[in-house]
Design a protein around this ligand. Structure first.
Ligand SMILES: [Zn+2]
Length: 92
């Protein structure tokens, strides 16, 4: 099996490195609004989360996104991620 170097990013929940393409991306746009980024390509500063309910729970409890963005993040952002994680865990 050939080894391909994948970019890795820190999950804001478990704070461990994972291949970027396996993580959910949350982006903070230049106007300061944070939102889930389904395309993974939106401009702005990105934060990453494992598609896992456990990591989301940790991120929410520790304010992982606020930590990453160095600013307040609306609870609605976590709620949106919860829907995404639930779909991922259903094996969609
Ligand atoms: Zn994680």
């Amino acid at each position: 099996m050939a080894e391909t170097k994948q970019p890795e990013r820190l999950c804001v929940g478990c704070r461990q490195l994972h291949p970027k393409d396996r993580l959910l991306r949350i982006v903070r746009s230049p106007n300061g609004t944070a939102a889930y980024d389904p395309t993974g390509k939106s401009p702005g500063r990105g934060a990453y989360l494992c598609p896992s309910a456990e990591c989301l729970r940790l991120a929410r409890r520790q304010g992982g996104l606020s930590w990453s963005f160095k600013g307040r993040v609306a609870p609605a952002v976590y709620d949106a991620l919860e829907d995404v994680v639930r779909r991922e865990e259903d094996g969609a």
